[in-house]
Write a protein that binds this ligand. Structure first.
Ligand code: FAD
Length: 389
C-alpha cells in the first residue's frame, strides 16, 4: 500500500469505556479500525447506568445481561443533611412509580471493561495497539498520526476518546469551556451492617452529596463529594478514623460500616465543547464533556455519544471521498441538543446543591417538594434523569 493512502478507515484514541465501545461499534459497522489503548491502572470507579444505557449495552452486544455484571437500582432516597434554613423533605423515588422494574444498574468499571475487551477480541477488523497518539496532522483528504513508538500512519476518521485532557481535541483545535471546582470525589467500597436493598441513598450536605450506591448483598460503593482538603484530611488519618468519619456522614443509618477497598480521590471539573465533531474528527466521552458525578450522567452521556456514532457509522458510504468529514459533521449535529441539555441540567443541579444563597435553597427545596407531591412532574424528571430523548 502507498504510505500516503489511509491504512485505516478509523482510529479510536483512548482505551477507557467509551473508546472501547466506539472501537467495537465502528468495527461492527464494517470500518477497518485501529484502537489506541495504552496500558493504564484499573479503573476502580463504578458507574450507575440508567435503563436506556443498559438497553444500548445489551442491544449492541457489549454485555450479555445486566444481571451477570451489575446490581439493580430500584430506589433513590434523598436526605437533606444540611443545617440550612430551608431544608428539603426526605424524598424517595421508587422505580415502580415510573412503571419500570429499575432506574438502572450499578456496574464496576473493571467488569464493563473486561466484557468490552472480550467482544473486541472477537472482531477481525479491530487492531489494538498499546501506543499513545503523539502527533496528529490534519488534511482535507485524510489525517496523519504519529504514535508513541514512532510509527506514522494515515486514517480517514479519528475518534477522540482520550478523556478530559484530550490530545485529539487540542490538536484538532476544538474550543472548550472549562471550570475546576474546589470539591473532589472520594470513592471506595463498603460493607454495611444493613443492606441498601437496591436503594441509592444520597445525603445532601452543604459541601456536596455523600452517596451510597448498592453493589449487591450488604455492599455499597461510596461517592463522597466534599472540599478536596476535607477529603485528603479524612484519608490521612488512616482506616479507623476514616471509618468513624463515614459512619458519621451516613448518620449511622446502616449499623456497622467496614471499608473494603483502597480509597481514591478524583478532582472535579466541568468541560464542554462548542461542537463535538467536524473535519473527520469526532469527540466522545470525557473528551467532549465532563461533569461532577451528580445524577450519574457522565458515562451515560458517553454511551449516548457512542450510540449516535453507531447510527452514523451504519449509513457511511465509503465510495464518497468525503465520507469521514460528512460523518463527523453529522455526528456533531446529532449530539448538539443532548450535550447542551445534559450539560446545563447537571451544572444547575451541582450548583444548586452547593449554593448558600436563600433563593437557591428555596428553589431546590421547593423543587423537591414539587417532585415529591406531583406525579406528572416526577415522571418528567425521571425521563430527563434517565436520558430519554
Ligand atoms: C468519582 C466518579 C464517579 C462516577 N460515577 C459515574 C456514574 O455513576 N455514572 C456515570 O454515568 N458516570 C459516572 N462517572 C463518569 C464516568 O466515570 C466517565 O464519564 C467515564 O469513565 C469516562 O470515560 P472515557 O472513556 O470518556 O474517559 P477515560 O476513562 O478518562 O479514558 C480516556 C482514556 O484515554 C487514554 N488516553 C489519553 N491520552 C491518550 C493519547 N494521547 N493516546 C491514546 N490514549 C490516550 C487514557 O489513558 C484513558 O485510558 C463518574 C466519574 C467519577 C470521577
Amino acid at each position: 500500500m502507498n504510505q500516503f493512502e489511509p491504512q485505516y478507515d478509523a482510529v479510536v484514541v483512548g482505551g477507557g469505556l467509551t473508546g472501547l465501545a466506539a472501537a467495537i461499534t465502528l468495527a461492527k459497522a464494517g470500518l477497518e479500525t485501529l484502537h489506541l489503548s495504552p496500558e493504564v491502572p484499573p479503573d476502580r470507579r463504578t458507574s450507575a447506568l440508567m435503563m436506556p444505557s443498559v438497553q444500548f449495552l445489551t442491544d449492541s452486544g457489549l454485555i450479555d445481561t445486566p444481571e451477570a455484571l451489575g446490581h439493580a437500582l430500584t430506589q433513590i432516597r434523598i436526605i437533606d443533611a444540611t443545617n440550612r434554613l430551608l431544608r428539603a423533605p426526605e424524598t424517595l423515588f421508587d422505580a415502580q412509580q415510573a412503571d419500570i422494574p429499575a432506574f438502572g444498574w450499578n456496574f464496576a468499571n473493571i467488569k464493563l471493561t473486561e466484557s468490552f475487551k472480550n467482544i473486541a477480541a472477537t472482531l477481525e477488523n479491530i487492531t489494538t495497539s498499546p501506543c499513545t497518539l503523539a502527533a496528529l496532522t490534519l488534511s482535507d483528504a485524510f489525517h496523519t498520526l504519529t504514535l508513541s513508538d514512532g510509527t506514522t500512519l494515515c486514517a480517514n476518521l479519528i475518534i477522540g476518546a482520550d478523556g478530559k485532557k484530550s490530545f485529539v481535541r487540542g490538536a484538532a483545535g476544538f474550543s472548550t469551556r472549562e471550570h475546576a471546582f474546589s470539591q473532589s470525589a472520594l470513592v471506595c467500597d463498603l460493607a454495611l451492617g444493613r443492606p441498601l436493598n437496591g436503594a441509592s441513598v444520597e445525603f445532601h450536605y452543604s459541601n456536596g452529596p455523600f452517596t451510597l450506591v448498592p453493589a449487591g448483598a450488604n455492599r455499597a460503593n461510596l461517592v463522597w463529594i466534599d472540599q478536596d482538603s476535607t477529603l485528603r484530611q479524612a484519608l490521612s488519618g488512616g482506616t479507623e478514623a476514616l471509618t468513624a468519619r463515614l459512619m458519621e456522614k451516613s448518620q449511622r443509618l446502616f449499623g456497622s460500616l467496614e471499608i473494603l477497598s483502597s480509597s481514591f480521590i478524583f478532582p472535579l471539573s466541568t468541560l464542554t465543547v462548542n461542537k463535538a465533531g467536524g473535519n473527520g474528527i469526532a469527540l466522545i466521552g470525557e473528551a467532549a464533556h465532563a461533569f461532577p458525578p451528580i445524577g450519574a450522567q457522565g458515562l451515560n452521556l458517553g454511551l449516548r455519544d457512542v450510540a449516535d456514532l453507531a447510527q452514523i457509522a451504519g449509513s457511511i458510504n465509503k465510495s464518497d471521498p468525503n465520507w469521514a468529514s460528512r460523518a463527523s459533521t453529522d455526528y456533531a449535529q446529532l449530539r448538539h441538543a443532548d450535550l447542551v441539555q445534559t450539560g446545563s441540567v447537571v451544572d444547575a443541579l451541582f450548583r444548586s446543591l452547593l449554593l448558600e444563597m436563600l433563593p437557591a435553597q428555596a428553589l431546590r427545596s421547593g423543587g423537591l417538594w414539587a417532585l415529591k407531591l406531583l406525579p406528572a412532574l416526577r415522571k418528567q424528571a425521571f425521563a430527563i434523569g434517565m436520558g430519554r430523548r
